[in-house]
Design a protein around this ligand. Sequence first.
Ligand SMILES: [Zn+2]
Length: 331
Amino acid sequence: MRLSRSLVLCSMVGVLAACSSSSPTAVTPAPPVSTRFSIQVIFLSTPSAAFQLAMDSVVKRLTAIVTAGPAGYPISMSAADAASYTTTIRKTTANGGCGLGNATLPSGAYPGIVIFAQDTATLGSAQIIAQAGPCLVRTGGLPIVASMRFRTDYLAPLATNNQLVDVMTHEMLHTLGFNSTIFGTRPDSINPLITGAGTNTTAFRGSNAKIACLTFSPTVSATCSPTIPLENTGGSGTADDHWRESIFKTELMTGTIEARGVKMPLSAMTIGSLADMGYTVTASLAEPYTLPVGSSPLMNLLAGDAPANSGTPIPEIITRAVAVFRPGQKP
Ligand SMILES: [Zn+2]
């Protein structure tokens, strides 16, 4: 491709001047910046083979689903910006910060997201098995840089249960924007994707997710319309950041993990939520999903089901962005 483009340039210039392949002033055109969404994983320490393999699978899975960001999404980070924002993402602050102590941001094009990943012996609390979320966002809220950390000793049991890729996909979706902070900034903070955050009626307002939800069987329009219920239990890190477990149960982006052998589908509703955030998505890659019997709070009560979490909560921490990237400016 580069060769043919050079030849075209040469033939055009040749109208005005002789075109010589030996010209010392010939300039090779810069390769075009890709607009295809990419997920670049940078390991903070040497990963175990299982962790690296699972990360590769999850990157492939989600870059097939998310193919592009909104218009103007690719940005370029200068060497000076990379150095400046590296200082910011390394900091640990009173409310957590990013704490990416040995991370170094690459300069150059960012057509997607850079995720610093690590499997580690401890995540600060014995109960926590994963920590994930954005660290640095674009103007408008979508992430540029994120982190994903996993407890090493949970990788093997999750793999044995055939759940490792699903749980890591869940965490990577948090880094791409499936979290209440980004729901609150997209498409803008005046008309955000989340309503009622922090209350019993917390819900997602995105139209693509709603349309997908309304196609689920059995059809219970009150479940999806006018808004889709988000989790209203479990406190910070669970509430507002997931679909409501009492309604959507097995769906991948509820806050709980299912029993071994129970499929956790990445449904059209979750892919729709990515479209609502502004991503271009491949809707056909949604996994089959049906609403459980008793798929509204009222029906749950009628079915004798407790309207609360019925799975095991995923012990996770969701990190929040510490800065908005503004080229040429200090964080
Ligand atoms: Zn989660």
